[in-house]
Design a protein around this ligand. Structure first.
Ligand code: GDP
Length: 530
């Protein structure tokens, strides 16, 4: 039965993430969004703050070695009465399940594309995760102040590679050296660079009655205007027009052109998020969906960060609030364990610093300090037996045996592996035969991260050895079938951290061979955490 509903008194929320390939401009855009939102006051602060913290804390040293940014997992800013929660997805080329799961906690995403490079490998991967959950996407084509591929080539590439309808919402008047401004097709305004050497956007905009308005002749060079008129007309005729429903269903992406560095298109992007991006959505859960306007508090943990302070071995669990008004000091039930957690010092991640949260609303992210009780995938409620679903474990693509240099450190190693598995940066398997743990990751970089963290945080010298296996799948099916399968394949079986059976295959060929011979067994590449 659904709990009673009432609208909590709060400003509207927009909880979103930026997806992009490294170097497309995510950091620069984040910074500009925070600047426009008044959350920071000078360009460079996002980076500078990261550096200052790095200098201060040992934990940051590790982060620096790891080359992964965790300084700003959640950034909140407000503008025009709307609260924006921007969730950071680690920007490194290689990424972990953590990145995927962050995308389960957002209601929409902004996809940043480098105008000269188009859709790149990581953009595509992250996009696919968004598509799995029908996360609506606004596209920002960045760096139009540099030579790029041209508007049509870019739109066609997005449409082809992502199989999405595209709808240009603005159009650049020239790119690179010929850049003279951006025309807002939705509002009929021309945004122009400042009249100085910076060429940055300083709010110089001119409303016009349309592309035919003679006023444009005084604002753009003859050549640029002729080109803009031609191209914009073609673009408007040749692509889908904006359709809110299609966007929110994840079938259409509105495309904005801009330059994060020179501030072009940033304000328009915020406006687009405010106007079109969905407010907190209903969340899939068992036995019923959870709607954001329910009065009872519920949420799920999508990320855990361990050892933010090595002295205290503390952890922060990041909870996405899905329903109800959360108040500091509330007692929440951890579903499945029967434990009650009193949340006395929740953290809200305001961009300027962490602040103690007195209350939070659906769509907000709350950091809950704890000593390891809370795990990724946990559901917290005011008592109702609910489980949020759809936070997957991904089948690892790389499997390694762990080799311990000092055998007396077995216990430390086990704790360390459990901690890191809990954070969701890797998985740990216990083979049915043999005593060496197997770790599984989805990217090579994670192995290096593991080694350096084992040394720095746990003082454990360990290395990895090749394992005979290349891939792992969760084994599912009727109990009797599974039992028979386990008996026949003991040497290739392991258990994951929760005791679920996992089959390890030498390669995909072997996997498909075994699958054919065992049609009643399901080999799953993802496992719902609950
Ligand atoms: P990230 O790796 O996606 O976070 O990318 P960054 O924000 O760090 O940007 C990568 C590089 O591109 C940096 O040197 C930025 O200064 C530069 N950059 C970002 N946005 C723009 C832009 O709009 N125009 C130009 N010309 N350079 C940009």
């Amino acid at each position: 039965m659904a709990s009673p509903t009432s609208s909590p008194k709060s400003s509207p929320r927009r909880t979103f993430a930026i997806i992009s390939h490294p170097d497309a401009g995510k950091t620069t855009l984040t910074e500009k969004l925070l600047l426009f939102g008044g959350a920071i006051h000078a360009a460079g602060e996002v980076r500078a703050r990261g550096q200052a913290r790095r200098a201060r804390s040992d934990w940051m040293k590790i982060e620096q070695q790891r080359g992964i940014s965790v300084t700003s997992s959640v950034m909140t800013f407000e503008r025009q009465g709307i609260t924006f929660n921007l969730l950071d997805t680690p920007g490194h080329e290689d990424f972990s399940e953590d990145t995927y799961r962050t995308l389960t906690a957002v209601d929409s995403a902004v996809m940043v594309i480098d105008a000269a490079r188009g859709i790149e490998a990581q953009t595509l991967k992250l996009f696919e995760v968004c598509r799995l959950r029908n996360v609506p996407i606004i596209t920002f084509v960045n760096k139009v102040d540099r030579e790029g591929l041209g508007g049509f080539a870019l739109l066609d590439e997005i449409a082809d590679k992502l199989a999405l309808d595209v709808c240009p919402m603005s159009w650049p008047a020239g790119m690179g050296g010929e850049f003279e401004g951006i025309y807002d097709l939705a509002r009929d305004r021309l945004h122009m660079p400042a009249d100085d050497a910076t060429g940055a956007y300083e709010g110089r905009q001119e409303p016009v009655s349309g592309l035919d308005d003679a006023k444009l002749e005084g604002l753009l060079s003859e050549q640029a205007l002729a080109k803009l008129r031609d191209e914009a007309e073609l673009a408007q005729g040749g692509y889908a027009s904006f359709d809110l429903e299609a966007y929110r269903a994840g079938d259409l992406t509105p495309v904005y052109f801009g330059s994060a560095l020179k501030d072009f298109g940033v304000e328009q992007l915020i406006e687009a998020l405010a106007e079109h991006a969905p407010p907190p959505r209903a969340q899939p859960a068992e036995p019923r969906e959870v709607k954001p306007d329910e009065t009872a508090v519920s949420g799920f943990i999508f990320k855990v960060q361990a050892n933010m302070n090595p002295q205290h071995r503390d952890r922060i669990a990041f909870m996405r609030l899905c329903a109800g008004r959360f108040r500091r000091g509330m007692k929440l039930s951890q579903i499945g364990t029967g434990k009650t957690i009193a949340v006395h010092s929740p953290l809200l991640f305001m961009a300027r610093d962490r602040e103690l949260a007195d209350e939070a609303y659906p769509g907000d992210i709350i950091g809950i300090p704890n000593h390891g009780t809370l795990r990724v995938g946990d559901t917290l409620t005011e008592g109702e037996e609910l489980r949020f679903t759809g936070l997957p474990n991904f089948a690892p693509e790389i499997l390694r045996r762990v080799r311990l240099a000092d055998p007396t450190k077995t216990k430390q190693l086990r704790n360390a592996l459990n901690d890191m598995a809990e954070e969701g940066i890797m998985q740990v398997f216990h083979p049915s035969i043999g005593s060496q743990w197997i770790v599984g990751v989805v990217g090579q970089l994670q192995l290096e991260v593991l080694i350096s963290r084992l040394q720095a945080e746990y003082k454990v010298d360990a290395g990895f050895e090749p394992s005979p296996w290349d891939t792992a799948r969760w084994v599912m099916g009727e109990a009797k079938v599974i039992e028979g399968f386990l008996a026949d394949h003991r040497s290739a079986m392991a258990e994951d951290r929760d005791g679920a059976p996992v089959f390890m295959a030498k390669d995909l060929w072997e996997l498909s061979y075994v699958q054919q011979r065992n049609p009643d067994v399901r080999f799953a590449a993802t496992k719902d955490r609950r």
